[in-house]
Design a protein around this ligand. Sequence first.
Ligand code: NAI
Length: 212
Amino acid sequence: MEQKEISQAVIGRLPRYFRYLGDLKDEGVERISSQELSELMQVTASQIRQDFNNFGGFGQQGYGYNVEYLYDEISKILGLNQTHHLIIIGAGNLGQAIGNYMNFERRGFILKGLFDSNPALEGKEVRGIAVQPMENIEEFVKANNIDIAVLTIPKTSAVAVAESLVRYGIKAIWNFAHVDLNVPKGIQVENVHLSDSLMKLSYNITRYDNEN
Ligand code: NAI
């Protein structure tokens, strides 16, 4: 399928469609109209049609959407039909929690290694994978075809570590450190800040309290 440039706003909504369609598929639902999907997801039917039109529509007049087909197509668009090899840098609380979360593997994100600068953590196992010293990273990245690095280290060292990772051939960084990384064009960075979501929640609580 030929793909035109798709806005980040649409891309940002695809994982949610993907989750809902996955649940529908598991429930044995074969097809769904944009209206039904709209009610389920609390998104307007026109938004759904517009979003899917970016990829050629997928729907058929009078039939709606074939759930499995749509699920597979969105999976391909999100690149989930390929396997990605990950390493985690920073095997502290957050790094270990992410490493212990098995569900990413179902989506093709395979954890290959964990690294930390603290010698006390060397050899500690997370789901059978031993934490390694930072000196091993370069060789490991090159030998294991690693494409994604998860950064769960303090912001003071994140920029320098990211620069090294790019030099070693990493293509993408899932950045949990609270700092903007300075990477060359072509290297993908996704920043995750759980506190942003919490602040949104705080805003909504405050607004609700003030209105009621
Ligand atoms: P932690 O202190 O338990 O773990 C950090 C680990 O990074 C430690 O094991 C430490 O030895 C290692 N480390 C430090 N400098 C390093 C370097 N240069 N190279 C390799 N390893 C290094 O901290 P925690 O709770 O796991 O948090 C990690 C980071 O993630 C913190 O900076 C925190 O602010 C951030 N964080 C971000 C969240 C988000 O939503 N983005 C949520 C929670 C934490």
